[in-house]
Ligand binder design. Structure first.
Ligand SMILES: Nc1nc2c(ncn2[C@@H]2O[C@H](COP(=O)(O)OP(=O)(O)OP(=O)(O)O)[C@@H](O)[C@H]2O)c(=O)[nH]1
Ligand SMILES: [Mg+2]
Length: 238
């Protein structure tokens, strides 16, 4: 079984410098970095990293298109039987990637990290951010009904996917709501999802790219799209 990591990066010069010494801990056959039109030293940091890490591959967008678009580029370029999406700022423990891959097994299409199930947690994460995530869970559960009731988080992109499943998955959002849209669409298509408790910590290098208002608006549109899919029965499991 081969494993690809996909790591979207936008203005992550500092976070990549901190990630670099940890790459050897990563059980992967390839690591696809997507530099999404960064204007800081991200491009140079990735070249330096690739010079000493033969598993690294770099995809570049000439202009900034958003994390959802970067995931699309990275996932489509990946070749692994399993694809792990991981944030450049290491806010979830790198070691938990192996737990996601183990939980995915052969019975699931996606295994996602969650801070909101027993054994998971939040470490220094601003209250506003966790509130947004918790509100999103309620909204996505409502819209997805029986398809999504068993899950405790939708906005966290740190997941292990069955490669063939996620490379076929389409999503519209180019921004942060893409993580929730991927999961919602996967569930409506009959995808089998499992969660693994993990601890989300506050970012220590670089700055957050998440803007609450545009992201909340994007979630609203995504919820409407998923509701439409559910009502017309798109992807109803047979
Ligand atoms: N490719 C790409 N990646 C992005 C973009 N915005 C954010 N990212 C990446 O997506 C991941 C998550 O972004 P963050 O800024 O950490 O957002 P967050 O995790 O919600 O918030 P914090 O951890 O508090 O900063 C990081 O690896 C970012 O580099 C973007 O426009 N394009
Ligand atoms: Mg982050």
């Amino acid at each position: 079984m081969t494993v690809s990591f996909v790591i979207p990066c936008y203005q992550e010069e500092e976070a990549l410098a901190a990630l670099r010494p940890h790459l050897t801990e990563l059980t992967a056959d390839e690591i696809v970095f997507v530099d999404d039109g960064s204007r800081d030293g991200t491009g140079a940091a990735l070249l330096a990293l690739a010079a000493e890490e033969p598993r690294a591959r770099i995809k570049t967008h000439p202009t900034n298109r958003g994390v959802g678009a970067a995931m699309r580029t990275g996932i489509r370029a990946s070749t692994g039987d399993v694809v792990v999406v991981y944030d450049a700022d290491r806010t979830y423990p790198l070691a938990d990637a192996a737990r996601l891959v183990a939980a995915l097994g052969s019975e699931h299409d996606v295994a996602g990290a969650t801070p909101f199930a027993g054994g998971g947690g939040l470490d220094g994460v601003p209250a506003g951010r966790s509130l947004l995530s918790r509100a999103a869970v309620l909204a996505y559960r409502l819209v997805l009904g029986r398809h999504g009731r068993h899950l405790t988080v939708y906005t966290c992109a740190f997941r292990a996917w069955r490669g063939s499943f996620v490379r076929d998955l389409a999503w519209r959002s180019d921004g942060f709501p893409a993580a929730a849209e991927q999961l919602g669409r996967a569930l409506l298509l009959g995808g089998r999802a499992v969660e693994v408790p993990s601890t989300l910590r506050r970012r220590t290098e670089g700055t957050s790219k998440m803007r609450v208002l545009p992201t909340a608006w994007g979630h609203g549109l995504t919820l409407l799209r998923l509701l439409g899919m559910r009502l017309v029965g798109v992807g109803r499991p047979s």
